[in-house]
Design a protein. Structure first.
Length: 136
């Protein structure tokens, strides 16, 4: 089965900006060797919103950064589907952040290994076979 990896918003931002010391070193190798690496559209929203609110500095406009952080970088955008929306609503009630829930559901629907350092993600029993745990 081909290796499919889903990056959460932080991992995607750090990977694109080569801020590789922010996550486990072996994760960079996993990303580089995966058959397919993608992000959820909600990660685009989170990046653009954080930039607009001044919580994230980008070297260019958010629109340009997003364009360059996708296909040219080898990272694809996984479509947001009705099944993902449904799965997000029906996840275990760990927390209510709709964006995190959509990212988790995207991992489940695409059967993708989710790379995230979010401390709440390991609490989702649904993610057990998909979440790459940080040893850092």
């Amino acid at each position: 089965m081909p290796e499919v990896i889903l990056l959460d918003t932080h991992l995607w931002f750090w990977f694109i900006n080569q801020d590789l010391d922010r996550f486990p070193t072996d994760w960079n190798t996993l990303i580089e060797n995966a058959d397919r690496v993608g992000v959820s559209p909600v990660s685009c929203y989170e990046i653009a919103l954080a930039h607009q609110r001044g919580r994230l500095t980008l070297p260019c406009s958010a629109d340009q950064w997003l364009q360059e952080a996708l296909e040219p970088s080898g990272v694809v955008l996984f479509p947001l589907t009705a099944e993902i929306a449904y799965r997000a609503v029906n996840l275990s009630p760990i927390h209510r952040d709709p964006f995190d829930r959509l990212i988790i559901a995207t991992s489940l629907v695409y059967e993708a290994t989710l790379l995230s350092i979010d401390g709440l993600f390991p609490q989702y029993p649904e993610l057990v076979p998909y979440l790459m745990r940080s040893q850092k």
